[in-house]
Design a protein around this ligand. Structure first.
Ligand code: KIV
Length: 271
């Protein structure tokens, strides 16, 4: 099934309806105007302005350093490009973990200053109060369970989460809690496919997987990974659709060569 052209504007209700009728949900990251424009025109359902911008855009080792103001800068650039898809923005590390007042204040700042449509927060029962507070302000919330990169120093590694029964049980309970309080969707990152299948069946809201197998209601990837712009990241779950690192490098090398050899600009490329 390809892009649903009948949908003029993707809302959280459209996303819910997709789960109900069994249509898979497509989601990708974007952090700037030009990329968001291409992705939106291609027909994506959801753009995530992910805090992976910390790695992909700024070159940090983790997602922890990116600030609320930097996320707003990325999100407002994306919003200016988008005509059709739903835009969800990550609340960055340190902008919501303190308490629910802080979480609401950060959300309001994102919504007011970027024009985004929804926010995403990492975690389960520990942040229930914050999620409830944000939802009560009328802002749609996407949950994020499994591997939550903002907690990387607690986990110690980026390996598959919830392989043990106790963690898997908590993950299912957390997903049910997120549905109960009113989240419109949940991202499940890097967990066993059979567990993701169980979670997807256990809740009525859409489950969007990354490294969580084929049974979720949708899939998300980091755009720069699937385009092969990032080079050093090659987890098993990643399908690379292009090798743009090599493509772009080749184009830049040609340009350098043309400048050095005085081939560029030619007669037609001047005034
Ligand atoms: O920040 C991000 O890009 C994400 C996705 C990996 C789901 O949270």
């Amino acid at each position: 099934m390809s892009v649903n052209k009948k949908v003029k504007r993707v809302t959280t209700h459209v996303i819910q309806a997709m789960k109900t009728r069994g249509e898979k949900i497509s989601m990708l990251t974007a952090y700037d105007y030009s990329m968001a424009r291409i992705i939106d025109e291609a027909g994506i359902d959801i753009i995530l302005v992910g805090d992976s911008a910390s790695n992909v855009m700024a070159g940090h080792e983790t997602t922890l350093p990116i600030t609320l103001d930097e996320m707003i800068y990325h999100a407002s650039s994306v919003i200016r490009a988008v005509k059709r898809c739903l835009v969800v923005v990550d609340l960055p590390f340190g902008s919501y973990q303190g308490n629910s007042t802080e979480a609401l204040a950060s959300t309001i700042k994102i919504m007011k200053q970027s024009g985004a449509h929804a926010v995403k927060l990492e975690g389960g029962s520990e942040i229930q109060e914050s999620i409830t507070r944000i939802l009560s302000a009328g802002v749609p919330v996407m949950g994020h369970l499994g591997l939550t990169p903002q907690s990387i120093y607690k986990f110690g590694t980026y390996t598959v989460r919830a392989k043990e029964e106790e963690e898997a049980k908590k993950l299912i309970e957390d997903a049910q809690m997120l549905e109960k309080v009113g989240c419109f969707a949940i991202v499940l990152e890097k967990i066993p496919a059979h567990l993701a299948e169980k979670v997807t069946a256990a809740v009525n809201i859409p489950i969007i997987g990354i490294g969580a197998g084929p049974h979720t209601d949708g899939q998300v990837l980091v755009t720069h990974d699937l385009l092969g712009i990032t080079k050093d990241f090659a987890p098993r779950f990643l399908r690379r659709y292009r090798d743009l690192f090599t493509e772009i490098k080749g184009a830049v090398q040609e340009y350098i060569e043309d400048v050095k050899s005085k081939d560029f600009p030619n007669e037609k490329e001047q005034y």
